[in-house]
Design a protein around this ligand. Structure first.
Ligand SMILES: Cc1cc2nc3c(=O)[nH]c(=O)nc-3n(C[C@H](O)[C@H](O)[C@H](O)COP(=O)(O)O)c2cc1C
Length: 447
């Protein structure tokens, strides 16, 4: 395919932190299968107060972004039903409309970036551009759009389509839609809105015009003081990385460990350079699950307590659902490598399956072990220790080129996010003190 070229030189406002930390909020699990049963966990995520309290807290704790994933359907098991997922509250059982949720958070915060997932496979460019621009204006310039192409046919069916298009076609469409969204944001620049009471001129019609394709103009400005919404991306196949290399200001990067993250990030940066972009304009946010406490022993005890809430049989059910396998076809002590080989490609997300492969190679030998690792952290690296030790682990990851920033997964919400707050302070101190910044400042998101 011929790569589309950027017809826009619009820019997003860089992250304020040198090592940005985003918080991913994904009820009912928050990436930990025991979450909604944990006595300390808030379960009122269907109510505004959950999101507004959380937004205020994340902002006070110094997080750079609140991020919510989305899908257009409840997840289904191998039998095509939602029964297994919804009966235990597994991943993909609950999704709220991200824009509505983020509007509530926008009202009570001033700094926090608001990352919303919208799929280019279902939502027309004009609708995406307008919804994200509205959030951008309401929040004073803090919207971020997570560009996804969706994963399952049953999502397409909920959206009135017979099935999802093949991945290559979905990414081609994503290129087109993203280009249109950027052009639409520029079809009504903020500075063209004069509202000049002296002259009676509301806006400059010469600057507010349809795009080259005759779409638009947008019904509101697409930027705030020259900064458009940030573009996020989360796909990880070669095609997905090429897409990120072309468009993303930041990527939600998944890896089983630092070495794998290093490879993914290097690959992404090489692809960006090949596409004619400065790789430093892309910030990778590596998914991690921190367990932070006053002492190392206390952190390990906390992890153990969390692990005790995991039901191996239930975890196996969840893993089978994720890989669209019949749970009855496998026993908990069957080989994890055999399971992965048999189910390769079933999740529809190549990058995610690469993590699982790495974990199997690292020693998860049985299906049961793999299931528990999935249940505790959705296969993301666990960073367990004091704030100092977790901060050091993260600085090491950045130092070794594994990532630029982090996507923080919580276990018990909101406490695991507040437990992590001292780490953010330490990361900020480390990157500000003159002797310490072995990490390169990467917050030049502008392109
Ligand atoms: C870490 C990660 C997070 C994702 N989050 C979402 C999401 O919230 N909603 C969605 O529809 N797809 C999501 N996806 C799916 C991707 O957008 C993409 O459609 C899918 O992974 C297939 O592309 P890939 O093989 O390039 O990863 C995510 C993928 C990854 C790897």
């Amino acid at each position: 395919m011929t790569s589309p070229t950027h017809t826009t030189d619009s820019i997003a406002q860089p992250f304020a932190s040198t090592i940005p930390c985003a918080a991913m909020i994904f009820p009912p699990l928050f990436q930990f299968a025991g979450a909604w049963r944990h006595p300390g966990n808030r379960t009122d995520w269907l109510r505004t107060s959950f999101w507004t309290d959380l937004g205020r807290q994340l902002e006070a704790d110094g997080y750079d972004m609140l991020f919510v994933p989305d899908a257009m359907a409840m997840a289904r098991g191998h039998d095509g039903t939602t029964d297994a997922v919804i009966s235990v509250g597994a991943k993909g059982g609950i999704y709220l409309d991200p824009i509505t949720v983020m509007s509530t958070v926008a009202a009570v915060t001033t700094q926090l970036r608001l990352g919303c997932t919208l799929s280019t496979s279902f939502v027309p460019a004009y609708d995406i551009a307008r919804r994200i621009a509205t959030l951008h204006q309401l929040s004073g310039g803090r919207a971020a759009w997570n560009i996804v192409t969706s994963v399952y046919d049953y999502e397409a069916q909920n959206m009135g389509l017979p099935r999802l298009e093949p991945k290559a076609d979905r990414y081609r469409k994503a290129d087109r839609v993203t280009q249109e969204v950027l052009e639409l944001w520029q079809s009504f620049p903020d500075e063209a809105l004069w509202m000049d009471t002296e002259t009676g001129r509301f806006a400059d019609p010469t600057r507010i015009q349809p795009t080259g394709d005759g779409v638009g103009p947008l019904t509101l400005p697409g930027d705030v003081e020259g900064y458009r919404p940030m573009l996020l991306q989360a796909g990880a196949s070669p095609t997905g990385l090429d897409f990120a290399a072309r468009w993303a200001d930041a990527t939600f990067m998944v890896a089983a460990n630092g070495a794998q993250a290093q490879q993914v990030r290097a690959d992404l940066r090489a692809r960006a350079a090949q596409a004619g972009r400065d790789p430093n304009t892309i910030t990778t946010l590596m998914g991690v699950q921190p367990i932070v406490a006053e002492t190392q022993t206390a952190a390990e005890n906390k992890l153990q307590e969390l692990q005790d809430l995991i039901e191996p049989a239930e975890s196996w059910q969840d893993l089978a659902t994720l890989f669209r396998a019949d749970p009855n076809d496998w026993a908990l002590d069957d080989s994890a490598a055999d399971f992965l080989a048999a189910q390769r490609g079933a999740t529809g997300a190549e990058g995610f399956e690469n993590i699982v492969a790495e974990i199997v190679q690292d020693g998860a030998s049985t299906v049961g072990e793999l299931a528990v690792l999935g249940a505790i952290a959705q296969f993301k690296p666990l960073l367990v220790g004091t704030a100092e030790s977790v901060a050091q682990q993260m600085l090491d990851l950045v130092d070794h080129g594994a990532t630029d920033g982090f996507m923080i997964m919580g276990t018990v919400v909101p406490d695991s996010f507040s437990d992590f707050a001292p780490v953010i302070r330490l990361l900020n101190e480390a990157t500000k003190s003159p002797g310490a910044p072995s990490v390169e400042p990467q917050n030049s998101l502008a392109r």
